[in-house]
Design a protein. Structure first.
Lengths: 247, 306
């Protein structure tokens, strides 16, 4: 279980402090699929980075399974069972896709096992396994490899920052299946930052963040219909049934 | 007989754990330790200067030559001249390399001067590894000179590696390419402490259809200094590419000087050079996989120098 208590985060500007996250508290229960949504620039990605320890809060607490992890660094958080998929995946010259998956799994995966993770994210595995994670891969390919590294870790809590960004229409449905299968396999929680109606649609719970504040949290059945008819900018990005995923 | 230190160095530079099969010449502490010729590859000691001549007959395929050099005594300084005379239609692998273990206080130096005279339509793979170890105050110095003359339709692939322990190196490589000849160079270099490495390439594309691709990847740590110069001269219908990609760390210095000269309107020449520190995002990504910052850095550097 992940718990945020009165979390605040600000950045220093020339003459003042700009508050990005304003006193946010919520709980991500075990085995739940929770989606954080809200307008661009509202603080969602910052929140995800605070959970992973990439940013440190100015005040407040983060608890994981009852343990205070507020002052733990990224590595410690990773090793107690938190995974994170970056919104903009990183390229590495000379490191191969299979190396990254092996580092993620913390063991010497067989080529077959590594291929399974790549197939799960819709990549034709044998074409990719020995590719370098460098500029020769497209944004969409990198994004899927990023998601595969989280699959390979198989941790109790997985955080995804806009996994749909850069994923094409054809892969989008399989992405949804990835999340559904993950939840079944890990018996863990999934926390996703997303604008996508189809991702919101498979959530157990939805958290709405706008202007650095928690605006609402509740079951998908209650929140999603309200979002769809509201005038909040969040719905600007949604896709019509059968339409293309936004980038 | 080689001693344990020498055997260890041999494994580092040439992946050799026993006497190699095929043609070889092992040089240890300034003397030829052992030597073997085969039916197609003849190795002959030079009479005027230290070094050997290697004669490879026309049509020699799938054979290899190993010519490692090991220095395990402090204070040895030598210049060795090795000439490769390679015939037409050959396909051979040449493994050179030098390892210095210097536990003493005097400098040890090996300057290997390699010249290649390659006939027509041959394929040569050349691997050269340099390695130094030992905790003495004496420096481990290597100044290799490589001159490659590539005949019509021949191709040469060179892998030059210097990952650890060489205090001072000036590496000069020159190549002349005839019609349809091809040269590919992969250089990997890592310097640390107060080491200095100079790498200097001059490639002349003289024949129509010739091409060269010279790629250097390096990591400079601590207070080390690297200077990379690469000059490609295109005097025919040819294509040339040179790339220097360096990771800079700590208080190191890296200088990259690419130079292109086109003397023909159909010479297509490109250079690229990039120097930068390890990206913060790269460290963050590997840390989210459970690696410490130091482990992440090691993975990034090892991958980069692969």
């Amino acid at each position: 279980m992940l718990e945020l208590k009165n979390l605040c985060f600000g950045v220093e500007t020339e003459d003042s402090t700009k508050e990005i996250i304003k006193d946010i508290s919520f709980v991500v229960p075990d085995d739940k699929f929770v989606v954080i949504t809200g307008p661009n620039g509202g603080g969602k990605s910052t929140l995800a980075r605070l959970i992973m320890g990439i940013e440190k809060p100015s005040s407040g607490q983060i608890l994981y399974n009852g343990q205070d992890i507020t002052h733990m660094d990224i590595t410690e958080r990773a090793n107690i069972g938190i995974s994170f998929a970056l919104q903009q995946p990183v390229r590495f010259k000379g490191i191969h896709v299979v190396d990254l998956l092996r580092l993620a799994a913390k063991r010497n995966l067989t080529v077959g096992e590594a291929c399974d993770y790549l197939s799960a994210v819709g990549l034709c595995a044998r074409d990719y396994i020995d590719r370098e994670v460098n500029a020769s891969l497209s944004g969409g390919e990198l994004k899927r490899i990023e998601i595969a590294t989280v699959l390979a870790r198989g941790t109790q809590l997985s955080v995804f920052d806009e996994p749909e960004a850069g994923i094409d229409l054809w892969s989008f449905q399989s992405l949804i299946k990835v999340f559904e299968n993950m939840q079944k396999r890990n018996h863990g929680s999934i926390l996703i930052i997303s604008h996508q109606e189809r991702i919101l649609n498979i959530a157990d719970e939805i958290i709405l963040i706008a202007d650095g504040q928690l605006r609402d949290q509740g079951s998908k059945d209650r929140i999603l219909p309200e979002l769809l008819k509201s005038t909040l900018p969040v719905t600007c990005n949604r896709i019509l049934d059968g339409g293309a995923a936004d980038a | 007989m080689l001693n344990e230190v020498q055997k260890h160095i041999l494994a580092e530079i040439a992946n050799l754990h026993k006497v190699p099969t095929g043609a070889y010449s092992i040089r240890a502490n300034g003397e030829t330790e052992s030597m073997n010729s085969t039916a197609n590859i003849q190795i002959v000691k030079k009479s005027d200067v230290p070094g050997i001549d290697i004669f490879i007959k026309d049509g020699t395929v799938n054979e290899s030559v190993h010519i490692p050099v090991v220095l395990s005594e402090s204070g040895i300084k030598e210049v060795v001249y090795n000439d490769f005379h390679i015939g037409d239609g050959c396909d051979v692998t040449i493994v050179a390399g030098c390892g210095i273990s210097n536990c003493g206080d005097q400098d040890s130096a090996h300057d290997g001067m390699h010249r290649f005279f390659i006939g027509k339509n041959s394929r040569i793979k050349y691997v050269e590894k340099h390695y130094g170890e030992g905790d003495g105050k004496g420096k481990r110095i290597m100044n290799p000179g490589t001159e490659v003359n590539i005949g019509e339709g021949s191709s040469v692939e060179m892998e030059m590696v210097q990952i650890k322990g060489v205090d001072d190196t000036v590496r000069k490589t020159t190549a002349k390419l005839e019609k349809n000849a091809k040269l590919v160079v992969h250089e990997r270099l890592m310097t640390h402490a107060d080491q200095r490495a100079d790498s200097d390439y001059v490639i002349e594309l003289n024949g129509d259809g010739s091409s060269a691709d010279v790629v250097s990847r390096s990591v400079a740590k601590d207070e080390s200094v690297q200077v990379y110069r690469s000059r490609i001269v295109g005097s025919a219908v040819c294509s040339g590419h040179t790339e220097c990609d360096a990771i800079i760390m700590d208080k190191a210095r890296v200088v990259a000087i690419p130079e292109l000269e086109a003397n023909n309107v159909d010479a297509a020449l490109i250079h690229e050079a990039a120097i930068g520190k390890i990206a913060g995002d790269q460290l963050i990504k590997l840390m989210t996989l459970g690696l410490t910052a130091a482990e992440a850095e090691e993975q990034i550097v090892n991958g980069f120098l692969r």
